[in-house]
Design a protein around this ligand. Structure first.
Ligand code: SAM
Length: 226
């Protein structure tokens, strides 16, 4: 069981995505909990503004420190033990399956989603424990990266996937990409499913899968084998 606390300016984006499909089912079953906290609710002025011009000039707006700090304090009051606060940023360590495996052991995780040009550095220095990027490109906000991370971490929680094995035998386990997958019909567009998969011979099927995994990894992601 893991609890996610997401600090965001767009809570509806987080809730609608997480309450859909497999993660939605896991939330209904009590295997995951999610709260999306609107940083705007912690604004310190009557117009509920949460951003301002950057000192020193430059384009765009910067999210102010105080509303982020207050939202974070409010969440921390509801969490008993110390917990990691992850700031989604293109400048962070790149997210990976192994990082997901490590984070999946936590009971609570706080995700901080930036917007505009980012967040005032001073509050990041006070509250953030991990700086994480989902890749070398720049998005408009941290909500999609937070969703990517929560989706990946959720699949690793006990009971979230129906077939408990499927999270173990997937791409990136053992530094390999997964073998190709097929389903009915047996022939589609004159392409036949590999004979061995119809043979019922478990040992041969396992060998075929491993061989295909190796071939595919060699061809598409040789860096994983290194
Ligand atoms: N000015 C920032 C910079 O150059 O590093 C980029 C700000 S970006 C437009 C706005 C927000 O989107 C960031 O604060 C961060 O939360 C999120 N974001 C954008 N790209 C991301 C990525 N690749 N990984 C994680 N978060 C990202």
């Amino acid at each position: 069981m893991i609890r996610y606390h997401v600090l965001t300016l767009f809570p509806e984006m987080i809730c609608s995505a997480m309450e859909t499909s497999i993660t939605g089912r896991a939330i209904s079953k009590g295997l995951l909990e999610i709260e999306a906290v609107n940083i705007r609710d912690y604004s310190d002025n009557k117009h509920f503004t949460v951003d301002d011009y950057p000192y020193g000039g430059g384009p765009g707006m910067v999210m102010k420190a105080e509303p982020v700090f207050r939202a974070h304090e409010a969440v921390k009051e509801r969490i008993v033990s110390p917990c990691r606060t992850i700031y989604l940023t293109p400048q962070g360590r790149t997210f990976s399956q192994s990082m997901a495996e490590e984070l999946a052991k936590e009971e609570d995780l706080i995700f901080l989603c930036g917007h505009y040009e980012g967040i005032d550095e001073r509050v990041l220095e006070e509250i953030v424990t991990d700086y994480v990027s989902i890749g070398d490109y720049v998005l408009t906000g941290g909500e999609l990266p937070a969703l990517v991370m929560m989706d990946t971490i959720s699949r690793l929680q006990q009971g979230v996937l129906h077939n408990g094995e499927s999270a173990v035998l997937e791409s990136f386990s053992d530094h390999l990409l997964e073998h190709p997958q097929y389903t009915r019909p047996e022939i589609w567009h004159e392409k036949k499913v590999p004979e061995v998969l119809l043979s019922g011979h478990h040992k041969k099927i396992a060998e075929w899968k491993l061989e295909e995994s190796r071939k595919r990894t060699m061809q598409w992601r040789p860096d994983l084998l290194a």
